[in-house]
Ligand binder design. Structure first.
Ligand SMILES: [Zn+2]
Length: 206
């Protein structure tokens, strides 16, 4: 792609670093910004910079939060003994939208994926196990997407919990293999949490 301006090229190159954004789409977005009032670009740039400099993760569940302890963990009406294990903030948002879950979350920050060089130590698994050891949890619900990485991660955590009294369950799947949680519709996802099954049962089906 030949550019008539170095400034234009720089903006397009930076924009095209984002996932799913090729050079053509990046050019379209950049030209769109140029046609809008300057203040819009300033707001966008400020929001992105603030996101990086001021972002916080909840000390308890590791979800993205503006405060040290997120609103969900700080809510006295939530059942602190029931913990739903998810991959990232998108899953928390999807499950919260169902209004069917009254426990807390534990955000792993990814899934175990040897192909991508992600092992258990890069995730927040130890923090979860520490909460279990402290006796804070009676049931853990696995709500990772049913991909190979999701299953591997569930099983790894399940094995770590073997000699504890914690019950483990997995969300009932109205959700097809490989579908990300965030794409499941609210009713299906809500139902799958209410109708969760003991994790052992899900192993027998494999
Ligand atoms: Zn939290």
């Amino acid at each position: 792609m030949e550019f008539s301006s170095k400034l234009l090229e720089n903006a397009v190159v930076e924009m095209s670093q984002l996932p799913g954004i090729g050079k053509r789409t990046a050019l379209r977005l950049v030209l769109h910004l140029l046609r809008q009032p300057e203040s819009q670009t300033a707001h966008l740039a400020k929001a992105l910079v603030n996101l990086r400099t001021e972002i916080n993760f909840c000390k308890n569940c590791h979800n993205i939060s503006d405060t040290e302890i997120c609103e969900i963990c700080a809510n006295p009406r939530r059942d602190k003994k029931l913990v739903c294990v998810v991959e990232d903030v998108r899953d928390v948002m999807a499950i919260e939208n169902t209004s069917q879950f009254k426990g807390l979350y534990h955000v792993l920050g990814g899934k175990i994926s040897p192909m991508d060089g992600i092992g258990p130590s890069q995730l927040t698994i130890e923090s979860l196990l520490n909460k279990v050891k402290a006796g804070e949890i009676t049931e853990i619900i696995f709500a990772l997407s049913s991909t190979m990485e999701g299953d591997t991660t569930n099983f790894y955590i399940y094995k770590q919990l073997e000699n504890t009294n914690v019950q483990t369950s997995t969300i009932a799947r109205g959700i097809g293999v490989g579908d990300e949680l965030e794409y499941a519709d609210e009713i299906t996802l809500g139902r799958s949490i209410v109708n969760r099954v003991p994790f052992e049962n899900s192993l027998k089906n494999q």
